[in-house]
Design a protein around this ligand. Structure first.
Ligand SMILES: Cc1cc2nc3c(=O)[nH]c(=O)nc-3n(C[C@H](O)[C@H](O)[C@H](O)COP(=O)(O)OP(=O)(O)OC[C@H]3O[C@@H](n4cnc5c(N)ncnc54)[C@H](O)[C@@H]3O)c2cc1C
Length: 311
């Protein structure tokens, strides 16, 4: 989440408390974003809204386009680093029921799940498994929303979400909504081409399998993945993407970065690809640590790591 360049004061637009007042939507100002993220650091959003439906979201983004005001979505906040100076535009959270629906279709030879972008990934996985639909059960331990998972193509050893995406519904900056499928969708290593709008929903294509077998596989995966994550605190985030064929964790450990610290941000002592933050830490501590680790890995091993957490 980057601090955008200065914009004209949007309050001038309506003469009200915010430039959204005439839209009849509950838009707050100065919302502390730390509370919406796993790391719990960073400043406030200039404007913040949890729109009730797509129509309300469209009115918001259209107004932002008129005012040249940046818009960002915050999902589960598990992969986002809010700057200490906050975000000078509008932050939206798709937490309303209209964005969190999950519908399973397991009637045919293959199955599908339709999910709103604000639905928690773990809920989508559970719904699919319960209905006997296979293909996303290995993502059970990835925190966050399905919107966040699609944008960053979340995944791991068992595959990525992008492998299962049939269609994505995206809202463009002018408030129009389009369906994308086929070659209009691209997913790579913790990357997708969905960064030009707001993901509002998706359809995943899955295979039919016995719910009992699937449940066992999901539970096993949950145990394995949770053992590879730091436990006991939400104040953590993944530091770097895995370079091709190697784990970032082993590279960071080999370069002697375990326990490195900047202010209140530390490289986790057991799970070296995670940053852990102490209460009172700043976003700059985390940024400083990312650069320190990158520099040490470059210098000792000649490897260039790419940050996983999004600034
Ligand atoms: C303990 C832990 C374990 C993790 N394990 C994994 C793992 O195994 N594999 C993996 O890939 N990742 C993993 N992650 C990283 C993270 O959970 C994923 O990247 C996750 O998919 C992020 O989803 P989110 O909803 O929290 O997104 P957020 O952190 O809220 O947002 C991430 C980015 O996506 C954008 N975004 C979110 N929703 C939308 C939307 N609807 N439309 C447009 N843009 C949107 C945001 O603006 C931001 O740029 C882990 C993180 C933690 C803390």
């Amino acid at each position: 989440m980057t601090e955008s360049s200065a914009v004209d004061d949007p309050r001038r637009h309506s003469g009200g408390a915010t430039p959204f007042d005439d839209l009849g939507l509950a838009v707050g100002s100065g919302e502390p974003l730390a509370a919406h993220t796993w790391l719990g650091v960073g400043g406030a959003a200039r404007f913040f809204c949890e729109p009730v439906d797509c129509e309300a979201l469209a009115r918001l983004v259209r107004r932002c386009q008129e005012l040249a005001l940046s818009v960002r979505v915050i999902g589960g906040g598990s992969n986002v680093l809010v700057p200490d100076g906050g975000f000078p535009g509008l932050v939206v959270r798709l937490s309303a029921p209209a964005f969190c629906g999950i519908e399973v279709d397991s009637a045919g030879a293959t199955g599908a799940v339709d999910a709103g972008a604000g639905a928690k990934l773990v809920h989508v996985v559970a719904a699919a498994v319960q209905a006997g639909l296979a293909g996303i059960e290995t993502l059970v331990a990835v925190p966050g929303t399905i919107g966040g998972a699609l944008v960053g193509n979340a995944g791991g050893r068992g595959g990525d979400i992008g492998d299962r995406v049939r269609r994505v519904t995206v809202m463009l900056p002018d408030g129009t909504v389009e369906e994308r499928e086929g070659d209009r969708l691209a997913f790579g290593s913790r990357w997708s081409n969905l960064d030009d709008g707001i993901v509002v929903a998706c359809r995943l294509e899955l295979e039919v399998e016995s719910p009992q077998q699937l449940t066992k596989r999901m539970q096993k995966q949950w145990i394995v993945e949770r053992a590879e994550q730091p436990s006991g605190s939400r104040s953590v985030a993944l530091l770097f993407k895995d370079p091709l064929g190697v784990s970032a964790e082993s590279i960071i450990a080999q370069a002697g970065c375990r326990g490195l610290r900047v202010g209140g941000a530390t490289v986790h002592s057991t799970h070296a690809n995670y940053v852990a933050v102490q209460p009172g830490s700043s976003s700059n501590d985390v940024r400083g640590l990312v650069e320190l680790v990158r520099g040490q890995v470059r210098q000792r091993l000649g490897v260039e790591l790419t940050p996983h957490i999004e600034p």
